[in-house]
Design a protein around this ligand. Structure first.
Ligand SMILES: *[C@@H]1O[C@H](CO)[C@@H](O)[C@H](O)[C@H]1NC(C)=O
Ligand SMILES: *[C@@H]1O[C@H](CO)[C@@H](O)[C@H](O)[C@H]1NC(C)=O
Ligand SMILES: *[C@@H]1O[C@H](CO)[C@@H](O)[C@H](O)[C@H]1NC(C)=O
Length: 345
C-alpha cells in the first residue's frame, strides 16, 4: 500500500565518494532485543495497535530499576536503563533509541485502494493526479491528519525525542509537525526537524515519490532545517525509473551513518515511509515489521564504531536504475497477477 516498493544509485555513488580509499570508520548496528514486542517474531504486525500497546514496550524489570515513594513509569525506568548502558559502554559504543514513524494516510494511499494496485502501479501512479485529487508529492488526507494528531496525544506520555529527522516528502514533514507540535518539550531539545534527502521513500516511477522544490517545502514548513546541500529540485527521481531495493539499502545505511556520526542524542525520531522504514530495519538487523499509516516503531540500537584501514570501500555499487514498465492506458484487471504491468490493454 505504500507509494512504491520498487526501486536506487546517485545515493550509492555519493556514499562511495565519501568513503574514498584509506582509513574509514565503519558503524555496526545491532538491535537490543527484549525491550519491545515488535522485535519478537511472534508479534503480529497487521493487528498491532501501537498506541493501545504502549508502543510495544515490554513490562519488565531492568537491572537499573530503583525504588522511590513514587513509582516511576516504565518509560522512566527504560530511560534509566539506557543511561546505565551508555555509562558502561566502551568508548566506541553507544545505545540510541530510534523512533521510526510512518507518515499518516496520504492521497496516494487512498488512490491505490480506489483504482486497485495493478491499475495504480501501471498507469495512475505515473500521473500527477486524476483531475479531482492530486497525489504527486501527496499530502495527508483528513484521516492521515487525524492519525498524526492521535499520535500527538499519545506521545505526551512517552520519552520525548531529542532530535528529529524527516524524509523530504510533504506527507512526512506534515506528519512530524502534527505529531510533535505543541508537546511540552524540554527547551534544550525543541522540535526543529532536519529534512534529509536520504530518508525518502524507495523511488519508483510514481509521482508520489517525486518531492516538491526546496523553496515550496520551506514556505510550507518555515521552522524546519534542511540538511546541507539540499537541492532546490529533486535530484534523484527519474521519470519511469525505479531504485532497486539493494541500492536503497546502501543509501539507508549512509544516512544512518551520517546521523550516528554527527548526532550524539540518545532519543532520535525519524519520520519516513513504509518502504524506507523496511530498508532501515534491514540495515539495523531488525526483523520485518510492517507499519500502518501513522504508526511508529521504537528500536533500541547498539552502535559500535570501528576504524578500518583498507582499500576501496565497500559501497562502490553504482547500480543502474531499471526502467519501470507501465501501461499507456489503465489495465482493467484488479487482481495482483498484473503487478509487473504485463496486462496492458
Ligand atoms: C495477524 O493479524 C491479522 C489481522 O488481524 C490476521 O488476519 C492474521 O491471521 C494474523 N496472523 C497471525 C499469524 O496470527
Ligand atoms: C488503537 O487503540 C486506540 C486506543 O488506545 C484506539 O483509540 C484506536 O482507535 C485504535 N486504532 C485502531 C486502528 O484500531
Ligand atoms: C480520483 O480519485 C479519487 C480517489 O483517490 C476518486 O474519489 C475520484 O472520484 C477520482 N476522480 C475521477 C475524476 O475519477
Amino acid at each position: 500500500m505504500w507509494c512504491s516498493n520498487l526501486i536506487t544509485s546517485i545515493f550509492a555513488a555519493a556514499a562511495a565518494a565519501v568513503e574514498g580509499y584509506g582509513i574509514k570508520t565503519h558503524i555496526n548496528y545491532e538491535v537490543v532485543t527484549g525491550i519491545f514486542k515488535q522485535d519478537d517474531p511472534a508479534t503480529n504486525a497487521s493487528s498491532f495497535n501501537f498506541t493501545a500497546e504502549n508502543f510495544g514496550l515490554i513490562e519488565r524489570k531492568y537491572p537499573s530499576d530503583w525504588s522511590l515513594f513514587r513509582r516511576p513509569t516504565s518509560w522512566q525506568r527504560l530511560n534509566r536503563y539506557i543511561e546505565t548502558l551508555n555509562l558502561k559502554a566502551k568508548h566506541n559504543e553507544r545505545y540510541t533509541l530510534l523512533f521510526l514513524g510512518r507518515h499518516g494516510e496520504g492521497y496516494h494511499n487512498t488512490a491505490e485502494t480506489y483504482y486497485g494496485t495493478p491499475a495504480w502501479n501501471c498507469y495512475w501512479a505515473e500521473q500527477d493526479g486524476n483531475g479531482t485529487v492530486t497525489w504527486a508529492d501527496a499530502h495527508l488526507t483528513p484521516k492521515g491528519i487525524a492519525q498524526a494528531q492521535h499520535a500527538n496525544k499519545f506521545w505526551s506520555t512517552l520519552l520525548a525525542p531529542q532530535t528529529y529527522y524527516t524524509s523530504p516528502l510533504h506527507r512526512c514533514l506534515d506528519t512530524a509537525r502534527l505529531t510533535f507540535a505543541g508537546l511540552p518539550l524540554p527547551s534544550t531539545s525543541p522540535f526543529v526537524p532536519t529534512v534529509k534527502e536520504s530518508f525518502r521513500e524507495g523511488i519508483s516511477a510514481h509521482t508520489c515519490d517525486r518531492r516538491s522544490t526546496r523553496s515550496s517545502l520551506r514556505a510550507a514548513f518555515p521552522a524546519y532545517r534542511f540538511e546541507r546541500g539540499f537541492a532546490e529540485r529533486d535530484p534523484v527521481w527519474t521519470a519511469l525509473h525505479a531504485e532497486p531495493a539493494a541500492v536503497q539499502d546502501v543509501r539507508s545505511r549512509a544516512v544512518l551513518d551520517d546521523v550516528f556520526g554527527s548526532d550524539r542524542s540518545t532519543y532520535i525520531s525519524v519520520t519516513a515511509h513504509s518502504g524506507e522504514i523496511a530498508s532501515l530495519l534491514r540495515v539495523l538487523g531488525h526483523g520485518v515489521f510492517g507499519l500502518a499509516t501513522g504508526a511508529a516503531l521504537p528500536v533500541l540500537v547498539k552502535a559500535s564504531t570501528r576504524t578500518v584501514v583498507g582499500g576501496g570501500g565497500s559501497a562502490t555499487r553504482t547500480g543502474s536504475w531499471p526502467v519501470q514498465k507501465t501501461c499507456g492506458v489503465p489495465p482493467g484487471v484488479r487482481d495482483s497477477s498484473c503487478n509487473d504491468c504485463s496486462c496492458c490493454a
